[in-house]
Design a protein around this ligand. Structure first.
Ligand SMILES: Nc1ncnc2c1ncn2[C@@H]1O[C@H](COP(=O)(O)OP(=O)(O)OP(=O)(O)O)[C@@H](O)[C@H]1O
Ligand SMILES: [Mg+2]
Length: 256
C-alpha cells in the first residue's frame, strides 16, 4: 500500500520542489514504485522532472475540480520508476472553485488517491507555498508531512504556523497525519548562520530531523532547470550524495 508523503512548508523557496523531485527519483533508484504529484500552480516539479506541458494537456486542475480522474492525468514512467501527476497554471484557479463547492472540498485528492495508491510504494505530493484549500487537500490525503527548512534567515518563521495547520488538519480532517521528518536544505557550512539555524531546527524537532543535511550547491539548482534529478545531472557530486543519504533514511524509516 502506497505511503503518501506531502512535502510542505508555506514559506516559499525552501526546497520543497527540489526535495520532492529528488526524493521521488531517489526512491525509484532503490526499486520503489513512485508517483510524484504536483499540486502547485507554479508547476516546478512538473518541469523539474522533465515534463513539458502544453495548453491542451490535462493536469491536476481537472482532478481537483472533479472533471477528470487522477488515473487519467498520470504520465506513466516519466523517469525510470516514477510516474507524474502534472500540474499546470490552471491549478491556480482550483482553490477558488474548491471554495465554491464547499461540500467535501477537502477530500477530492484523498478520494482520488484511494483508487491508485496500491499501484505505488510511495506517493510524493509537492505542495504550493500557501495554506489554501489545495494545500489542505494535500494534507488531508497524506499519511505524513515532510518539512524542508532552508538554513537561512527567518528559517523558522512560518514553521509555527505550519505546525498549527498540521494540528488543525489532524483534529478535524486527518487524525492519522504525522510528521515524516524535517530536512535542512541549502546549508552553507561556511556561515555561522547556517549552523545556528541547524541547531535551532534540531532543538525544535529533535529526532525528527534527518541526519543528512542538503548543502547549498549550484549543481542542485542547475538540475531543476535541466529537468533532471541531481542523480542524473551530477551523480558523483555532494548534492547527489546528500540527497541519497536522505533517501536511504526515508527508506529505512519506512521499513525498506
Ligand atoms: N540545495 C540547494 N542548493 C542550491 N540551490 C537550491 C537548492 N535547493 C533548491 N535550490 C534552488 O532554490 C530555488 C527554490 O527551490 P525550490 O523550488 O525547490 O523551493 P520551493 O520550496 O519548492 O519553492 P516554492 O515555495 O516557490 O514552491 C530553486 O531555484 C532551486 O533550484
Ligand atoms: Mg515548489
Amino acid at each position: 500500500m502506497g505511503k503518501i508523503i506531502a512535502v510542505a512548508n508555506q514559506k516559499g523557496g525552501v526546497g520543497k520542489t527540489t526535495t520532492s523531485v529528488n526524493l521521488a527519483c531517489g526512491l525509484a533508484r532503490y526499486g520503489r514504485k513512485v508517483l510524484l504529484m504536483d499540486i502547485d500552480p507554479q508547476f516546478n516539479a512538473t518541469t523539474g522532472i522533465g515534463h513539458m506541458i502544453d495548453g491542451n494537456s490535462i493536469s491536476m486542475y481537472e482532478v481537483l475540480v472533479g472533471d477528470a480522474t487522477l488515473e487519467s492525468v498520470i504520465v506513466k514512467n516519466l523517469r525510470n520508476g516514477v510516474d507524474l501527476a502534472p500540474s499546470s497554471i490552471d491549478v491556480a484557479a482550483a482553490d477558488l472553485i474548491l471554495l465554491e463547492q464547499k461540500n467535501e472540498n477537502q477530500n477530492v485528492l484523498k478520494n482520488e488517491l484511494k483508487k491508485v495508491k496500491d499501484n505505488y510504494d510511495f506517493i510524493i505530493i509537492d505542495c504550493p507555498p500557501s495554506l489554501g484549500l489545495i494545500n489542505r487537500n494535500g494534507l488531508t490525503a497524506a499519511d505524513t508531512v515532510l518539512v524542508p527548512i532552508q538554513a537561512e534567515h527567518y528559517a523558522m518563521h512560518g514553521v509555527a504556523q505550519l505546525l498549527r495547520t498540521i494540528k488543525k488538519v489532524k483534529e478535524t480532517l486527518n487524525p492519522h497525519l504525522t510528521i515524516e521528518g524535517v530536512l535542512v536544505t541549502m546549508f552553507d557550512s561556511r556561515t555561522r548562520l547556517a549552523h545556528d539555524v541547524l541547531a535551532e531546527v534540531m532543538a525544535t524537532f529533535k529526532n525528527k530531523v534527518y541526519s543528512a543535511v542538503i548543502p547549498r550547491n549550484i549543481k542542485i539548482s542547475e538540475s531543476s532547470i535541466e529537468g533532471k534529478s541531481i542523480f542524473e545531472h551530477d551523480p558523483t557530486g555532494d548534492g547527489a550524495r546528500k540527497y541519497d543519504e536522505f533517501v536511504r533514511e526515508v527508506l529505512k524509516e519506512n521499513g525498506y
